[in-house]
Design a protein around this ligand. Structure first.
Ligand code: SAH
Length: 359
Protein backbone atom coordinates (compact mmCIF):
# COMPACT_ATOMS: atom_id res chain seq x y z
CA UNK A 1 0.00 0.00 0.00
CA UNK A 2 1.33 3.47 -0.80
CA UNK A 3 2.24 5.88 2.00
CA UNK A 4 -0.32 8.34 0.71
CA UNK A 5 -3.15 5.78 0.73
CA UNK A 6 -2.20 4.92 4.33
CA UNK A 7 -2.32 8.60 5.28
CA UNK A 8 -5.65 9.16 3.49
CA UNK A 9 -7.20 6.21 5.33
CA UNK A 10 -6.06 7.66 8.63
CA UNK A 11 -7.46 11.09 7.86
CA UNK A 12 -10.80 9.56 6.81
CA UNK A 13 -10.90 7.28 9.89
CA UNK A 14 -10.40 10.32 12.13
CA UNK A 15 -12.40 13.00 10.35
CA UNK A 16 -14.86 11.06 8.21
CA UNK A 17 -15.09 11.13 4.40
CA UNK A 18 -13.24 14.07 2.81
CA UNK A 19 -14.29 16.40 0.00
CA UNK A 20 -13.02 15.74 -3.50
CA UNK A 21 -10.97 18.94 -3.64
CA UNK A 22 -9.15 17.96 -0.44
CA UNK A 23 -8.47 14.51 -1.91
CA UNK A 24 -7.17 16.01 -5.16
CA UNK A 25 -4.95 18.47 -3.42
CA UNK A 26 -3.40 15.76 -1.21
CA UNK A 27 -2.97 13.36 -4.15
CA UNK A 28 -1.34 16.03 -6.33
CA UNK A 29 0.49 18.32 -3.93
CA UNK A 30 1.18 16.44 -0.68
CA UNK A 31 4.70 17.75 0.10
CA UNK A 32 6.16 14.23 0.45
CA UNK A 33 3.91 11.78 -1.35
CA UNK A 34 2.00 13.97 -3.82
CA UNK A 35 2.11 13.26 -7.54
CA UNK A 36 3.98 16.41 -8.55
CA UNK A 37 6.33 16.14 -5.56
CA UNK A 38 7.52 12.64 -6.38
CA UNK A 39 7.85 12.42 -10.13
CA UNK A 40 8.50 14.12 -13.43
CA UNK A 41 5.24 13.31 -15.20
CA UNK A 42 6.08 14.63 -18.66
CA UNK A 43 7.17 13.08 -21.91
CA UNK A 44 7.26 9.69 -23.55
CA UNK A 45 8.47 7.92 -20.39
CA UNK A 46 6.08 9.87 -18.15
CA UNK A 47 2.31 9.90 -17.92
CA UNK A 48 1.38 12.63 -20.38
CA UNK A 49 2.89 15.07 -22.85
CA UNK A 50 2.14 18.78 -23.02
CA UNK A 51 2.33 21.19 -25.98
CA UNK A 52 5.71 22.74 -25.05
CA UNK A 53 7.16 19.21 -24.77
CA UNK A 54 5.78 18.34 -28.22
CA UNK A 55 7.51 21.20 -30.01
CA UNK A 56 9.71 24.25 -29.39
CA UNK A 57 7.35 26.16 -31.71
CA UNK A 58 4.74 26.40 -28.95
CA UNK A 59 6.92 28.32 -26.47
CA UNK A 60 8.55 30.38 -29.22
CA UNK A 61 5.20 31.65 -30.49
CA UNK A 62 4.12 32.49 -26.94
CA UNK A 63 7.37 34.42 -26.41
CA UNK A 64 6.72 36.47 -29.55
CA UNK A 65 3.06 36.89 -28.55
CA UNK A 66 4.24 38.32 -25.22
CA UNK A 67 6.58 40.77 -27.01
CA UNK A 68 3.68 42.02 -29.14
CA UNK A 69 1.37 42.35 -26.13
CA UNK A 70 4.09 44.34 -24.36
CA UNK A 71 4.32 46.70 -27.37
CA UNK A 72 0.52 47.09 -27.48
CA UNK A 73 0.53 47.87 -23.75
CA UNK A 74 2.87 50.80 -24.41
CA UNK A 75 6.14 49.05 -23.58
CA UNK A 76 6.15 49.40 -19.77
CA UNK A 77 9.45 48.75 -17.94
CA UNK A 78 9.90 46.59 -16.07
CA UNK A 79 7.45 44.03 -17.44
CA UNK A 80 7.06 40.86 -15.41
CA UNK A 81 6.85 37.72 -17.51
CA UNK A 82 5.11 35.21 -15.25
CA UNK A 83 4.38 31.53 -15.75
CA UNK A 84 2.03 29.49 -13.58
CA UNK A 85 2.95 25.80 -13.20
CA UNK A 86 5.97 25.81 -15.57
CA UNK A 87 6.53 22.02 -15.49
CA UNK A 88 10.02 21.34 -16.81
CA UNK A 89 10.57 24.99 -17.79
CA UNK A 90 10.48 24.17 -21.48
CA UNK A 91 7.87 26.75 -22.52
CA UNK A 92 9.75 29.54 -20.71
CA UNK A 93 13.10 28.50 -22.20
CA UNK A 94 11.69 28.47 -25.75
CA UNK A 95 9.86 31.78 -25.16
CA UNK A 96 13.00 33.51 -23.81
CA UNK A 97 15.09 32.27 -26.74
CA UNK A 98 12.55 33.56 -29.27
CA UNK A 99 11.83 36.91 -27.63
CA UNK A 100 15.56 37.63 -27.39
CA UNK A 101 15.29 39.00 -30.95
CA UNK A 102 13.03 41.79 -29.64
CA UNK A 103 15.84 43.50 -27.73
CA UNK A 104 13.83 46.23 -26.00
CA UNK A 105 11.40 43.63 -24.60
CA UNK A 106 14.19 41.23 -23.59
CA UNK A 107 15.76 44.12 -21.65
CA UNK A 108 12.50 45.03 -19.94
CA UNK A 109 11.49 41.65 -18.55
CA UNK A 110 11.83 40.04 -15.19
CA UNK A 111 10.76 36.37 -15.00
CA UNK A 112 8.57 35.02 -12.17
CA UNK A 113 7.61 31.36 -11.91
CA UNK A 114 4.83 30.05 -9.66
CA UNK A 115 5.44 26.41 -8.74
CA UNK A 116 4.70 24.18 -5.74
CA UNK A 117 6.74 21.08 -6.57
CA UNK A 118 10.36 21.25 -5.25
CA UNK A 119 11.32 18.64 -7.78
CA UNK A 120 9.97 20.60 -10.74
CA UNK A 121 11.53 23.84 -9.39
CA UNK A 122 14.89 22.04 -9.63
CA UNK A 123 14.16 21.00 -13.22
CA UNK A 124 13.15 24.59 -14.06
CA UNK A 125 16.32 26.05 -12.50
CA UNK A 126 18.47 23.71 -14.56
CA UNK A 127 16.59 24.36 -17.80
CA UNK A 128 16.71 28.16 -17.34
CA UNK A 129 20.24 28.48 -15.90
CA UNK A 130 21.78 29.77 -19.12
CA UNK A 131 19.54 32.87 -19.39
CA UNK A 132 20.73 36.07 -17.78
CA UNK A 133 17.19 37.43 -17.26
CA UNK A 134 16.43 37.96 -13.54
CA UNK A 135 14.35 35.00 -12.28
CA UNK A 136 12.27 34.45 -9.17
CA UNK A 137 10.25 31.52 -7.86
CA UNK A 138 7.05 31.73 -5.80
CA UNK A 139 4.83 29.09 -4.23
CA UNK A 140 1.61 31.10 -4.56
CA UNK A 141 0.16 33.80 -6.82
CA UNK A 142 -0.33 35.99 -3.73
CA UNK A 143 3.47 36.35 -3.57
CA UNK A 144 3.75 37.87 -7.06
CA UNK A 145 5.07 41.45 -7.26
CA UNK A 146 2.72 44.28 -8.18
CA UNK A 147 2.94 46.02 -11.56
CA UNK A 148 2.33 45.26 -15.23
CA UNK A 149 2.60 41.54 -16.00
CA UNK A 150 2.22 39.09 -18.86
CA UNK A 151 1.09 35.83 -17.27
CA UNK A 152 1.08 32.49 -19.07
CA UNK A 153 -0.68 29.35 -17.79
CA UNK A 154 -0.47 26.25 -19.98
CA UNK A 155 -2.14 23.13 -18.53
CA UNK A 156 -2.19 24.79 -15.11
CA UNK A 157 -5.90 25.34 -14.39
CA UNK A 158 -6.78 21.69 -15.16
CA UNK A 159 -4.53 20.62 -12.27
CA UNK A 160 -6.46 22.62 -9.67
CA UNK A 161 -8.80 20.67 -7.35
CA UNK A 162 -12.55 20.58 -8.08
CA UNK A 163 -15.64 19.76 -6.03
CA UNK A 164 -18.60 17.66 -7.15
CA UNK A 165 -22.18 18.34 -6.12
CA UNK A 166 -25.10 16.01 -6.81
CA UNK A 167 -28.71 17.15 -7.11
CA UNK A 168 -31.01 14.70 -5.31
CA UNK A 169 -34.74 14.87 -4.53
CA UNK A 170 -33.80 16.24 -1.08
CA UNK A 171 -31.42 18.92 -2.32
CA UNK A 172 -27.73 19.29 -3.13
CA UNK A 173 -25.13 16.98 -1.61
CA UNK A 174 -21.36 17.17 -1.94
CA UNK A 175 -19.48 14.16 -3.21
CA UNK A 176 -16.95 12.78 -0.72
CA UNK A 177 -14.11 10.28 -0.75
CA UNK A 178 -14.66 7.48 1.80
CA UNK A 179 -13.13 4.09 2.61
CA UNK A 180 -15.16 0.93 1.87
CA UNK A 181 -15.27 -2.37 3.83
CA UNK A 182 -12.19 -3.66 1.96
CA UNK A 183 -10.19 -0.55 2.79
CA UNK A 184 -10.43 0.81 -0.75
CA UNK A 185 -11.25 4.43 -1.52
CA UNK A 186 -14.75 4.98 -2.81
CA UNK A 187 -17.12 7.86 -3.58
CA UNK A 188 -20.02 8.76 -1.30
CA UNK A 189 -22.17 11.79 -0.55
CA UNK A 190 -22.10 14.25 2.33
CA UNK A 191 -24.54 13.44 5.14
CA UNK A 192 -25.87 16.96 5.27
CA UNK A 193 -27.30 18.79 2.29
CA UNK A 194 -25.13 21.69 1.16
CA UNK A 195 -26.29 25.15 0.25
CA UNK A 196 -28.34 25.28 -2.96
CA UNK A 197 -26.14 26.72 -5.70
CA UNK A 198 -28.82 28.35 -7.80
CA UNK A 199 -28.47 25.95 -10.72
CA UNK A 200 -31.66 24.42 -12.04
CA UNK A 201 -30.72 20.98 -13.31
CA UNK A 202 -32.61 17.66 -13.34
CA UNK A 203 -32.50 15.38 -10.31
CA UNK A 204 -29.49 13.07 -10.41
CA UNK A 205 -27.26 15.64 -12.17
CA UNK A 206 -23.69 16.12 -11.04
CA UNK A 207 -21.98 19.48 -11.31
CA UNK A 208 -18.25 20.02 -11.14
CA UNK A 209 -17.07 23.28 -9.60
CA UNK A 210 -13.52 24.56 -9.64
CA UNK A 211 -13.70 27.04 -6.78
CA UNK A 212 -9.93 27.33 -6.48
CA UNK A 213 -9.57 28.03 -10.20
CA UNK A 214 -12.33 30.64 -10.01
CA UNK A 215 -10.78 32.39 -7.03
CA UNK A 216 -7.39 32.41 -8.70
CA UNK A 217 -8.89 33.84 -11.87
CA UNK A 218 -10.62 36.57 -9.88
CA UNK A 219 -7.33 37.58 -8.21
CA UNK A 220 -5.34 37.48 -11.46
CA UNK A 221 -7.99 39.42 -13.42
CA UNK A 222 -8.10 42.08 -10.70
CA UNK A 223 -4.32 42.38 -10.90
CA UNK A 224 -4.19 42.57 -14.71
CA UNK A 225 -7.19 44.93 -14.84
CA UNK A 226 -5.64 47.43 -12.46
CA UNK A 227 -1.89 47.00 -13.03
CA UNK A 228 -1.83 46.24 -16.78
CA UNK A 229 -0.58 43.45 -19.03
CA UNK A 230 -2.34 40.23 -20.02
CA UNK A 231 -3.09 36.72 -18.81
CA UNK A 232 -3.05 33.86 -21.32
CA UNK A 233 -4.71 30.58 -20.33
CA UNK A 234 -4.30 27.52 -22.57
CA UNK A 235 -5.89 24.30 -21.45
CA UNK A 236 -8.32 21.55 -22.34
CA UNK A 237 -11.84 22.47 -21.48
CA UNK A 238 -15.27 23.56 -22.56
CA UNK A 239 -16.72 26.93 -23.43
CA UNK A 240 -20.31 26.51 -22.13
CA UNK A 241 -20.90 25.56 -18.50
CA UNK A 242 -22.23 21.98 -18.49
CA UNK A 243 -23.29 19.27 -16.06
CA UNK A 244 -21.45 15.98 -15.61
CA UNK A 245 -17.96 15.20 -14.43
CA UNK A 246 -14.67 15.47 -16.29
CA UNK A 247 -12.42 14.36 -13.44
CA UNK A 248 -9.82 11.97 -14.80
CA UNK A 249 -6.82 10.00 -13.62
CA UNK A 250 -3.99 9.79 -16.15
CA UNK A 251 -1.12 7.33 -16.10
CA UNK A 252 1.18 6.05 -18.85
CA UNK A 253 -0.71 8.09 -21.46
CA UNK A 254 -4.03 6.39 -20.60
CA UNK A 255 -7.00 6.99 -18.29
CA UNK A 256 -7.25 5.31 -14.87
CA UNK A 257 -9.71 5.34 -11.94
CA UNK A 258 -8.96 8.62 -10.08
CA UNK A 259 -9.30 6.86 -6.69
CA UNK A 260 -7.17 3.85 -7.56
CA UNK A 261 -3.59 4.94 -6.86
CA UNK A 262 -3.50 8.35 -5.13
CA UNK A 263 -0.18 10.11 -5.71
CA UNK A 264 0.78 7.77 -8.52
CA UNK A 265 -1.41 9.14 -11.30
CA UNK A 266 -2.16 12.66 -12.45
CA UNK A 267 -5.62 13.98 -11.56
CA UNK A 268 -7.20 16.69 -13.67
CA UNK A 269 -10.54 18.13 -14.64
CA UNK A 270 -11.47 19.92 -17.83
CA UNK A 271 -11.49 23.70 -17.47
CA UNK A 272 -14.83 25.52 -17.42
CA UNK A 273 -13.79 28.51 -19.55
CA UNK A 274 -17.24 30.09 -19.28
CA UNK A 275 -16.96 30.17 -15.47
CA UNK A 276 -13.44 31.64 -15.66
CA UNK A 277 -14.58 34.29 -18.15
CA UNK A 278 -17.44 35.31 -15.83
CA UNK A 279 -14.97 35.73 -12.95
CA UNK A 280 -12.60 37.84 -15.04
CA UNK A 281 -15.40 40.09 -16.28
CA UNK A 282 -16.84 40.46 -12.79
CA UNK A 283 -13.37 41.56 -11.66
CA UNK A 284 -13.50 44.38 -14.23
CA UNK A 285 -11.23 42.92 -16.92
CA UNK A 286 -11.78 42.21 -20.64
CA UNK A 287 -11.90 38.62 -21.90
CA UNK A 288 -10.57 37.62 -25.34
CA UNK A 289 -11.74 34.27 -26.73
CA UNK A 290 -11.78 31.46 -25.87
CA UNK A 291 -10.71 30.22 -29.30
CA UNK A 292 -9.43 26.75 -30.11
CA UNK A 293 -5.69 26.11 -29.76
CA UNK A 294 -5.66 25.51 -33.54
CA UNK A 295 -7.11 28.98 -34.20
CA UNK A 296 -4.76 30.64 -31.73
CA UNK A 297 -1.54 29.01 -32.96
CA UNK A 298 -2.52 29.41 -36.62
CA UNK A 299 -3.21 33.12 -36.10
CA UNK A 300 0.25 33.45 -34.54
CA UNK A 301 1.79 31.86 -37.64
CA UNK A 302 2.70 28.34 -36.55
CA UNK A 303 2.54 26.98 -40.11
CA UNK A 304 5.02 29.64 -41.29
CA UNK A 305 7.26 28.97 -38.28
CA UNK A 306 7.28 25.24 -39.16
CA UNK A 307 8.26 26.06 -42.77
CA UNK A 308 11.14 28.19 -41.52
CA UNK A 309 12.44 25.47 -39.20
CA UNK A 310 12.18 22.90 -41.98
CA UNK A 311 14.43 24.92 -44.26
CA UNK A 312 17.49 23.99 -42.19
CA UNK A 313 16.32 20.53 -41.18
CA UNK A 314 17.38 17.05 -42.29
CA UNK A 315 14.56 14.89 -43.74
CA UNK A 316 13.91 13.05 -40.45
CA UNK A 317 13.79 16.36 -38.55
CA UNK A 318 11.47 17.87 -41.14
CA UNK A 319 9.11 14.94 -40.69
CA UNK A 320 9.17 15.43 -36.91
CA UNK A 321 8.36 19.14 -37.34
CA UNK A 322 5.39 18.30 -39.57
CA UNK A 323 4.15 15.66 -37.10
CA UNK A 324 4.39 18.10 -34.18
CA UNK A 325 2.61 20.81 -36.15
CA UNK A 326 -0.18 18.42 -37.04
CA UNK A 327 -0.54 17.27 -33.44
CA UNK A 328 -0.75 20.82 -32.03
CA UNK A 329 -3.36 22.09 -34.49
CA UNK A 330 -5.23 18.89 -35.39
CA UNK A 331 -9.01 19.35 -35.17
CA UNK A 332 -10.17 16.12 -36.78
CA UNK A 333 -11.73 14.72 -33.58
CA UNK A 334 -13.28 16.43 -30.53
CA UNK A 335 -10.38 15.08 -28.43
CA UNK A 336 -7.69 16.31 -30.86
CA UNK A 337 -5.37 18.87 -29.29
CA UNK A 338 -6.20 21.69 -31.68
CA UNK A 339 -9.90 21.33 -30.90
CA UNK A 340 -10.10 20.23 -27.24
CA UNK A 341 -7.56 22.82 -26.07
CA UNK A 342 -8.69 26.43 -25.89
CA UNK A 343 -6.85 29.72 -25.52
CA UNK A 344 -8.36 32.60 -23.57
CA UNK A 345 -6.80 35.91 -22.58
CA UNK A 346 -7.64 38.53 -19.98
CA UNK A 347 -6.53 42.17 -20.30
CA UNK A 348 -7.46 45.58 -18.95
CA UNK A 349 -10.77 46.91 -20.33
CA UNK A 350 -9.03 49.39 -22.64
CA UNK A 351 -7.18 46.71 -24.63
CA UNK A 352 -9.61 45.91 -27.43
CA UNK A 353 -7.65 43.55 -29.69
CA UNK A 354 -5.00 40.99 -28.97
CA UNK A 355 -2.84 38.89 -31.31
CA UNK A 356 -4.23 35.37 -31.71
CA UNK A 357 -7.80 36.41 -30.95
CA UNK A 358 -9.75 37.68 -33.94
CA UNK A 359 -11.77 40.67 -32.72
N1 SAH B 1 2.92 24.13 -17.95
C1 SAH B 1 3.68 22.89 -17.99
C2 SAH B 1 3.28 21.90 -16.90
C3 SAH B 1 1.84 21.51 -16.78
S1 SAH B 1 1.53 20.37 -15.44
C4 SAH B 1 3.59 22.28 -19.38
O1 SAH B 1 2.77 22.74 -20.17
O2 SAH B 1 4.36 21.36 -19.67
C5 SAH B 1 0.97 21.40 -14.12
C6 SAH B 1 2.05 22.23 -13.45
O3 SAH B 1 1.42 23.03 -12.44
C7 SAH B 1 3.14 21.47 -12.74
O4 SAH B 1 4.34 22.20 -12.89
C8 SAH B 1 2.66 21.48 -11.29
O5 SAH B 1 3.68 21.23 -10.36
C9 SAH B 1 2.09 22.87 -11.18
N2 SAH B 1 1.07 23.10 -10.14
C10 SAH B 1 -0.03 22.35 -9.89
N3 SAH B 1 -0.79 22.91 -8.92
C11 SAH B 1 -0.17 24.06 -8.57
C12 SAH B 1 -0.47 25.10 -7.62
N4 SAH B 1 -1.55 25.07 -6.87
N5 SAH B 1 0.39 26.14 -7.55
C13 SAH B 1 1.50 26.19 -8.33
N6 SAH B 1 1.83 25.24 -9.23
C14 SAH B 1 1.01 24.18 -9.35
Amino acid sequence: MSELLRELREIIAQEGPISLDRYMSLALSHPRYGYYATRDPFGATGDFITAPEISQMFGELIGLWAAEVWRLAGGPRPMRLIELGPGRGTLMADALRALHSVHAFADAIEVHLVETSPRLIEAQRTKLASFDTPMHWHARIEELPRGAAIIVANEFFDALPVQHFVRTAEGWYERRVAVDADGKLTFGLSQQATRANGLSVPEGSLVEIGSIAREMMRELAKKIGSEGGALLVIDYGYTQTQTGETLQGVRNHGFVDPLHAPGECDLTAHVDFAALAREAEAAGARVHGPVTQAQFLSALGIAERAQMLKRNARPAQAEAIDAALKRLIDRSRPASMGQLFKAMAVTPKNMHALPGFAS
